[in-house]
Write a protein of this length. Structure first.
Length: 341
């Protein structure tokens, strides 16, 4: 009921009707997993943990602001494969042969911030060996990185355990791609207990992100296979991208700010660009192909930033509970890139 009420307040009764079935499933998912996490889980076992993590983020992200988006993206990609269990951090080893771990899978080849997480883990391990999970570190670092960029804070209940399995194929099957249409996006999110409200809100993370040309160049050069341009992309913006950024179709090096002008600041400008047909990815443009999702974006843009901030924080907290490992499941890794045995 709480989930339905929130959707009614944010998106209006039409949107509630659209996501009714998915929303009910999401409620059950939240109720089931919320009891397994708790705010201040480490208050007694490692009382300085969250403060140490926050201090490290606040010290280093201002010197490397692009990492904020990368760490937020890492959390998203981790949660969509085997849940929020830090399986994205595992390296290739003798038990995980070449090209078999999540971080070697195509959707994760551009993920950054692994060394940052390792450094945070080392600090926490020095304070409390074998206590704080890498999964919780990812979730806390993602939240604190958003705060540093001027974005909202939100509650991060902790108590996650680290997974022992990491599979590249599962990343391909579960992580929504930049070329997804609205139907594929909603299905991908629904599979994780997330609804259309969550889809629109979590897409707002692109306000501090970048996109490599290879992720959207088909929209510029060959959208349907006949050398055409994506009609959902503003033609003037597309021309500028071809001229100044992605100057060749197969550019694997150049990247473009998702939110030019304020890509280091967490704000509403991403949504404004999406409404102007200037979202980089096909998945960004897809949000405007559904009337209810588009109406929600308009509501966010026309409302105070605090509305988006509060709703985004709720969506992030909800995503952080996807398919958890708690209690005796999994383990607490000594090193985030390696299982303990």
């Amino acid at each position: 009921m709480a989930e339905e009420e929130q959707n009614r307040l944010i998106m209006g009764s039409t949107m509630v009707q659209l996501i009714g079935v998915i929303g009910i499933l999401s409620c059950f998912a939240v109720v089931f997993t919320q009891a397994q996490l708790q705010t201040g889980f480490y208050d007694h076992s490692c009382p300085k943990a969250e403060k140490l993590i926050m201090q490290f983020v606040h010290e280093h992200i201002p010197n490397a602001p692009s990492l904020a988006a990368a760490l937020l993206r890492m959390h998203f990609h981790d949660c969509f494969v085997r849940g929020c269990d830090a399986s994205i951090l595992l390296n290739v080893t003798s038990t995980n042969p070449s090209n078999s771990t999540e971080r070697t899978s195509p959707p994760n080849l551009s993920v950054r911030g692994f060394d940052f997480i390792d450094r945070v883990k080392a600090i926490v391990e020095a304070e409390c060996p074998g206590v704080v999970s890498c999964a919780d570190i990812i979730a806390l670092v993602a939240r604190d990185s958003v705060v540093v960029t001027g974005g909202p804070s939100w509650s991060v209940p902790t108590g996650r355990r680290d997974g022992k399995i990491s599979n590249a194929t599962e990343s391909l099957l579960n992580i929504p791609g930049p070329n997804f249409n609205f139907s594929r996006l909603t299905t991908s999110f629904a599979n994780k207990g997330l609804n259309i409200t969550d889809l629109v809100l979590l897409s707002g993370a692109h306000t501090i992100g970048i996109g490599h040309c290879t992720s959207f160049s088909n929209r510029l050069y060959n959208f349907t296979g006949v050398g055409d341009e994506d009609p959902l992309l503003d033609s003037e913006y597309a021309a500028n991208l071809r001229k100044f950024k992605c100057t060749v179709p197969n550019d694997t090096v150049t990247f473009v700010e998702m939110d030019p002008g304020s890509f280091r600041t967490f704000d509403l400008d991403y949504y404004k660009l999406v409404l102007k047909r200037r979202g980089l990815f096909q998945s960004d443009a897809a949000l405007t192909t559904d009337s209810n999702a588009k109406d929600f974006i308009v509501r966010l843009v026309n409302g105070p930033p605090s509305l988006f901030f509060k709703a985004f924080g709720h969506a992030m907290e909800k995503m952080g509970r996807v398919d958890l490992k708690t209690g005796t499941q999994g383990e607490i890794r000594k090193q985030c890139a390696l299982t303990n045995n």
